[in-house]
Design a protein around this ligand. Sequence first.
Ligand code: SGN
Ligand code: CA
Length: 530
Amino acid sequence: MNKLKAISFAMLPVAMTNISCNSDQKDERPNILYIMTDDHSFQTISAYGHPLSQLAPTPNIDRLAQNGMLFRHAFVENSLSTPSRASLMTGLYSHQNGQRQLGKGIDSTKTFFSELLQQQGYQTGVVGKWHMQCEPKGFDYYHILWDQGNYYNPEFRNKESNGKYIREEGYATNLITDHSIEFLENRDPNKPFCLLVHHKAPHRNWKPDLKYLDLYENIEFPYPNTFHDDYSTRCAPAHTQDMTIDKTMTMVYDLKVNELKDVSPYNKEWSADGMEYLLKRMTPEQREKWENAYHPRNEAFINEQLTGEELLKWKFQRYLKDYLRCIKSIDDQVGRLIDYLEENGLMDNTLVVYTSDQGFYMGEHGWFDKRFMYEESFRTPLIMSYPKKIKAGFETKALVQNIDYAPTFLSLAGIEKPQEMSGTTLEPLFEGDEPANWRTSLYYHYYDYPAIHKVRRHDGVRTERYKLIHFYGKGEMGGDKDIDCNELYDLATDAHELNNLYGTPGYEEITTELQSILDKYRADLKVDEF
Ligand code: SGN
Ligand code: CA
């Protein structure tokens, strides 16, 4: 046998396997790969074009955008982890699925879209941060983190571990991807799959993979132009929140200056303890890498004795660098998943979604965290690639919300959406044009007060151009007063939401119009507090 023949003979079984798979594969419904990070801001995805992201690009997430559709106006309906996850699973608003606050609520009698896909022959899996106070429902496979999860050597449980969390050595973002690929490797190729990849990163306290501790160290990231917002014109909540880089962010836990753990007034006691606990999770080798990176920088910082504006800027830079290092790993691991799909001929028939459970403040208004209905946290990144139905390189400004994901997955799988689901399939947007009857407003409602970060309860509506927010409720945390206060923004002239127009002469008509849209949502959705 000559060499050429030997090669083609050796390759034959592989080729035949593929052919036979394809001919056996009667179920042509699309696969779904849903990748959701925790607290990833659209400002730090280069496909969105924000100046920050140009200094720390995300080439792999951008590949998805080049291959599919970028949603410029994607929003959540309650900017917090568990409520956002509950909306994803149920297609319902928070008061309908019960998960209004971070730590309580999910009504597990509600249908999860995963159950419907599973019943209709999809292989279903979820890996990473689950976070809700109920068992994963409708999944053949799960490999989930304990609560918020840990960055280094995290604990996971799965169907085989009998409820026990088992520690695995490595970095959360990479391990979550390893287990996702395991699911893909072990699936039955004749059936479609739906895999939810839920990253822990880049959640507070922004701990990077040890190989990226030096990344971006010499870059000075630009300060947002609302960095020194004084909140004038705004209702009380913008003033009374507890989420500023200046006052809330702690030197040890958030900013990793462990050397200051016994020094007041730099720290709140709990955060120093919390950080020590987290560092103790590392192996000695890991800890050494950590110390080698942070210790010399921390010593230099302590020697400088910075105060005031200089100190604030230093905090911003340390925060941004660690956050963006976490994003670098996310982007690498998204790349690994896309490569896997491409190498296995799965890309064309897979809807790949990249999103976050909500947006995040990268220093805008002086803040980190989320919760408010202001753009940076209300908005969330959303990119969808599905070459069979979505043409490459599209962008849309259609108003979409996380309650729409479940209906979209169901409609692509040819399953009728249960009547109770509030969201609507995004499929009509896939052609690129916004249908004439597409929604013209969105409803938002935040309930997690009293709670960490002191953001007051509020609901509101956003149209393409305007936003009306209503803050309400009893003041229940140190010094907070009872409130009933409105804010109105014209996003066309005030994109950063600095100028509250509510009550300003000349805006009566638009205020009345938005108020009636808000009233209609409250009535139609049977909202029970506002
Ligand atoms: C933790 C964080 C908060 C964060 C919530 C909710 N504190 O409590 O800063 O707002 O999670 O985040 S930490 O000290 O534990 O880091 S969410 O993404 O799960 O909604
Ligand atoms: Ca989150």
